[in-house]
Design a protein around this ligand. Structure first.
Ligand code: IFM
Length: 449
C-alpha cells in the first residue's frame, strides 16, 4: 500500500533557475549578446533600468552555488544553457569556453550527487538570430535543432534529463503579442507564426536527440487553469478561448496533432494555414512533460477587449503574491489531472512552482518567510493529492534556488529559497530553504505536519 504521507520512491526533488536570470557576465569569454541583453538597454523596458549584467554573478560563483545546493539537500538542479555562450552568433562556430562552463557545472553537480536537469532554451535568444526575425523566421527550427545537437554532444555523458523550451507561451505572448519581452513586437500575424516555429523547433530538437542523444527529453509549459466568472454562456466561451490560447495552444499539437479550433476564431484572418507535415513533425513523442504552475485565473466575457473578448476578474478576497498572482494550490492538482485526462499518462514533472514575496530579515539576519513555506506546503499537498488520484508525477522543482532577475520586473520580485544581497552577492538561505531541505529528507512527509 502506498504511504499517503510520502511521495513515490525516487521522486526527483530539485530547484530551478535560468541562465539570464542568474549568471551575469553575459559577454564573458567570447559569448555573444542575447535578445535580453539588448532589450534591457531599452529605456523603460525593465523596472528600475535593471539588467542581467551581474544578476547573481553565478557565472563566477557557481562553485559556491553548488555547495549551497548540497547544503539544502537538493537531489536535482534545473538550469538552462545560454545559447549565445555556446554559439556566440547563434549558429556556426561554437565557443569551447562557453561550453566548458556548463561541462564544469554538470561535473560539480555529479560530484555532489545532484542530478542536472537541463533546459536548452529559457528565452535568451542570440541577437544574431533575433536580427533575422527570431522565432517568426521559419528557419529558427533548424537553428535550434543544430544548437540542440551541439549541446547534446557536449554534455551527453553528464546529463540524463533534457527539456527543449521553457514556457513557449510566454515567449509568444509577452514577446510577439504584447511586446513586453524581446523582440518587443505586438503582432497578431507574427504571434501564431512564432508559436508554430517554436513547436517545430522543439520537435526538430527531439528528433536530433533520438538520433544520438542519451537519456530522456521533454517540453516545459506553463499552465494556468481558467475558470468562468459565472454560468453564463458568454463567460464559458470566454473561458474556453483563454484556455485554448494559454493551455492548449502548445499541448494539443504535440499530443493530439491539431491546434484548438478557438485559435482560428481568436486570430481571425491572421490565423495561418500550417502545412500538414509540420503538424506530423510536432507530434514527435516526448518522454515527459514539465509543468510550471503558479496561479489560476477567473475570466468573464468582455466585448470591448479583442482578440480574446475576455477579461480577468480580480479575486479581491483571495491571497496574492507580489506578482499579484492569486495563491490557488488546488489549481496545481487540476492541471496535473487535466493533462492526464486530456493527453494520456505521460510522466510529469512540476518544473517550476513558487512565490514572489517581500521577505524581511529579523534583527539576527534570519529570513522567516513563513508565507513562502505555506505556499510550498499547500502546493505540495495538492501535488500529492493529484498523485493519489492517478497523476504520474515524477518530480518537483521549486522556483527558484536564488532570488534573481525577474525579467521586466527586474530585481523587484524575490522568488528564492535563498536570499541574494545584490550589493554584496551574499547568499542567505531563507526559512523556506531549510523547510525544503526537510521536505526532501522526509520525501514529503513534513508537508503534513
Ligand atoms: O522567473 C520566471 C521564470 O523565468 C519562468 N517561469 C515563471 C517565473 C516567475 O515569473
Amino acid at each position: 500500500m502506498m504511504d499517503n504521507t510520502r511521495f513515490p520512491e525516487n521522486f526527483l526533488w530539485g530547484a530551478a533557475t535560468s541562465a539570464y536570470q542568474i549568471e551575469g557576465s553575459p559577454l564573458a569569454d567570447g559569448a555573444g549578446p542575447s535578445n535580453w541583453h539588448r532589450f534591457c538597454r531599452i529605456p523603460g523596458a525593465i523596472h528600475n533600468g535593471d539588467t542581467g549584467d551581474v544578476a547573481c554573478d553565478h557565472y563566477r560563483r557557481w562553485v559556491d552555488d553548488v555547495r549551497l545546493m548540497k547544503e539544502l539537500g537538493l537531489k536535482a538542479y534545473r538550469f538552462s544553457i545560454a545559447w549565445s555562450r555556446a554559439l556566440p552568433d547563434g549558429r556556426g562556430k561554437p565557443s569551447e569556453k562557453g561550453l566548458d562552463f556548463y561541462r564544469n557545472l554538470a561535473d560539480a553537480l555529479a560530484t555532489n550527487g545532484i542530478e542536472p536537469f537541463v533546459t536548452l532554451h529559457h528565452w535568451d535568444l542570440p541577437t544574431a538570430l533575433d536580427d533575422l526575425g527570431g522565432w517568426a523566421n521559419r528557419d529558427s527550427a533548424h537553428w535550434f535543432a543544430d544548437y540542440a545537437h551541439l549541446i547534446f554532444r557536449a554534455l551527453e555523458d553528464r546529463v540524463r534529463y533534457w527539456t527543449t523550451l521553457n514556457e513557449p507561451w510566454v515567449i509568444v505572448d509577452a514577446g510577439y503579442m504584447h511586446g513586453v519581452h524581446p523582440p518587443g513586437i505586438k503582432s497578431l500575424e507574427k504571434a501564431p507564426l512564432a508559436a508554430h516555429n517554436l513547436l517545430r523547433a522543439h520537435a526538430s530538437a527531439v528528433q536530433a536527440f533520438r538520433a544520438d542523444g542519451k537519456g530522456q527529453i521533454g517540453l516545459v509549459v506553463n499552465l494556468e487553469p481558467k475558470y468562468a466568472a459565472s454560468n453564463a454562456l458568454e463567460d464559458a466561451a470566454a473561458m474556453a478561448r483563454t484556455h485554448a490560447y494559454m493551455n492548449r495552444q502548445f499541448l494539443d499539437p504535440v499530443f493530439l496533432g491539431a491546434y484548438p479550433d478557438e485559435l482560428a476564431e481568436i486570430f481571425g484572418r491572421d490565423w495561418p494555414r500550417f502545412p500538414e507535415d509540420d503538424l506530423k513533425l510536432i507530434q514527435e513523442p516526448i518522454d515527459f512533460l514539465g509543468i510550471n504552475y503558479y496561479t489560476r485565473s477567473v475570466v468573464r466575457s468582455d466585448p470591448s477587449s479583442p482578440p480574446f473578448y475576455a477579461s480577468p476578474v480580480p479575486q479581491a478576497n483571495a491571497e496574492h503574491t507580489e506578482m499579484n498572482w492569486e495563491v490557488f494550490p488546488d489549481g496545481l492538482k487540476s492541471c496535473l489531472l487535466w493533462v492526464k485526462r486530456r493527453y494520456g499518462d505521460v510522466p510529469l514533472y512540476v518544473t517550476e512552482n513558487g512565490a514572489a514575496l517581500a521577505d524581511s530579515a529579523s534583527r539576527e539576519g534570519r529570513i522567516d518567510d513563513v508565507r513562502r513555506i505555506d505556499y510550498f506546503r499547500t502546493h505540495l499537498r495538492a501535488a500529492q493529492e493529484a498523485i493519489q488520484q492517478g497523476a504520474n508525477l515524477k518530480g518537483y522543482f521549486a522556483w527558484s534556488l536564488l532570488d534573481n532577475f525577474e525579467w521586466a520586473c527586474g530585481f523587484s520580485k524575490r522568488f528564492g529559497l535563498v536570499q541574494v544581497d545584490y550589493a554584496t552577492q551574499e547568499r542567505t538561505p531563507k526559512a523556506s530553504g531549510w523547510f525544503y531541505r526537510q521536505v526532501i529528507e522526509s520525501n514529503g512527509a513534513v508537508i503534513w505536519d
